[in-house]
Design a protein around this ligand. Structure first.
Ligand code: PMP
Length: 412
């Protein structure tokens, strides 16, 4: 177990992650794809197994012991997560399948009811597809327009003329907090304020931020803040939509079904209170409980310590990668997270990632669900290495060595 006032010891921490067990992987796994999904510590796996093996009842409805325990653990996870993100009340924390579903919830339950022809949705050129496609679908059905805040060459947002993008027609600004391709951390506080000054709502995609840096949703003041459990040591199949209570209260439900209703007659239904109005059907109980444990694990280590350690890894990796002849690194934002996208010589990212895999190194290759960035950079793909609390400087050395080998193998 980790004690708060000691420095983060990644070598010791690695023992908590069974996938990293040396005997399981030959060569040893060098996992550098945490921006896609993170590995899970044993305590999260145990919490899930405990639910299924000791008290696997359903939540909210059962009046017997195991159902009551399941409800208690499920709602306790909501409290832990609310505390973790600085939400004032658990009513504003809605469990979804993940970031994608959280954004779709807002698109269906808010935007489709509110937006009119000519209204504007403001995105940025660095959004993940999950924060583009739902809005395109909304635009198609409502007649709203989408506008994009542009990118600078260094991978930061160009906010010089931002006031021109916020018009009386702007109804929503939906922006990524930390880029999953470039690592850029956006000044979301400023963007939320500009949106509010223009009379628009603001949604922040925190999928790449919440796992790595402390976030206070109350201080930030965004109307919606979304993230995924599986990118922060939790299981897949669970994520969060944090919402401003007043806005959530006025919204129509997303999915209809059990648990989200107060009354149902043959002709009509009335809705449950928050957050249940948006949690139709049997929820992902084991996953929510697992996410609660992940949040507890991260809190015990301390987000500040995780951020500081990742900064050390990123600085080291940028320096080491830049020693490779012919490497091009995309994104030079001064304020950045632990994600590095690059191309190495003439080696295609897919070939490179396959060659690195021979050395046990797992990186991502492709457009990273952010094709507008690729278009903006004039490329079709990059290789991406992303780091988390279990990575070490030695692993970065192995990455650099393996890239050099791959370039030689492919004849430069
Ligand atoms: N936004 C960002 C910034 C992401 O990195 C991702 C996942 N790559 C998503 C949204 C989508 O998350 P999920 O697939 O968990 O819904």
């Amino acid at each position: 177990m980790i004690v708060k006032d000691q420095a983060l010891d990644a070598v010791m921490l690695r023992n908590d992650f069974p996938v990293l067990s040396r005997s399981r992987n030959i060569p040893a796994l060098v996992y550098l794809d945490s921006a896609a999904t993170t590995l899970k510590p044993q305590c999260v796996i145990d919490a899930i197994v405990r639910y299924y093996s000791e008290y696997g009842g359903s939540v909210h409805r059962g009046i017997y012991q195991i159902a009551e325990r399941a409800t208690e653990e499920y709602e306790n996870a909501r409290k832990q997560i609310a505390r973790f993100i600085g939400a004032k009340t658990t009513e504003s924390v809605i469990f979804t399948k993940g970031t994608t579903e959280s954004i779709n919830l807002v698109a269906y339950a808010w935007a489709r009811h509110i937006l009119k022809p000519g209204d504007e949705i403001l995105l940025t050129e660095m959004e993940h597809h999950s924060n583009i496609v739902p809005w395109q679908m909304v635009a198609k059905t409502t007649g709203a327009h989408i506008r994009y805040l542009p990118l600078n060459d260094d991978g930061t947002l160009n906010l010089e003329d931002a006031h021109r993008y916020f018009t009386p027609q702007t109804k929503l600004a939906a922006v990524i907090h930390q880029s999953n391709v470039l690592g850029t951390v956006n000044p979301v506080e400023r963007i939320v304020k500009m949106a509010h000054d223009a009379g628009a709502l603001a949604l922040v995609d925190g999928a790449q931020r919440v796992p790595h840096h402390s976030v206070d949703v109350t201080e930030l003041g965004a109307d919606f803040y979304v993230f995924s459990g599986h990118k922060m040591l939790g299981p897949t199949g669970v994520g969060v939509l944090y919402g401003n209570l007043e806005v959530l209260d006025k919204m129509e439900p997303f999915h209809g079904g059990g648990d989200m209703i107060r009354t149902v007659s043959m002709l009509e239904s009335t809705w449950n209170t928050l957050p249940y109005k948006f949690e139709a059907g049997t929820p992902p109980i084991a996953q929510v409980i697992g996410l609660g444990t992940a949040v507890e694990y991260l809190s015990n280590i301390g987000l500040d310590k995780i951020t500081a350690y990742e900064e050390q890894l990123t600085t080291y990796a940028l320096k080491a990668l830049r020693t490779i002849p012919g490497i091009e690194i995309y994104g030079e934002a001064p304020h950045r997270g632990a994600v590095i996208s690059f191309n190495a010589g003439n080696v295609h990212p897919h070939d490179l990632s396959q060659l690195l895999d021979r050395d046990g190194i797992a990186v991502r290759a492709g457009h990273h669900c952010a094709q507008p960035i690729m278009t903006r950079l004039g490329i079709s793909a990059t290789t991406r290495a992303s780091f988390y609390l279990y990575n070490t400087l030695e692993e970065i050395d192995l990455l650099v060595e393996s890239i050099r080998k791959a370039i030689d193998f492919m004849g430069g």
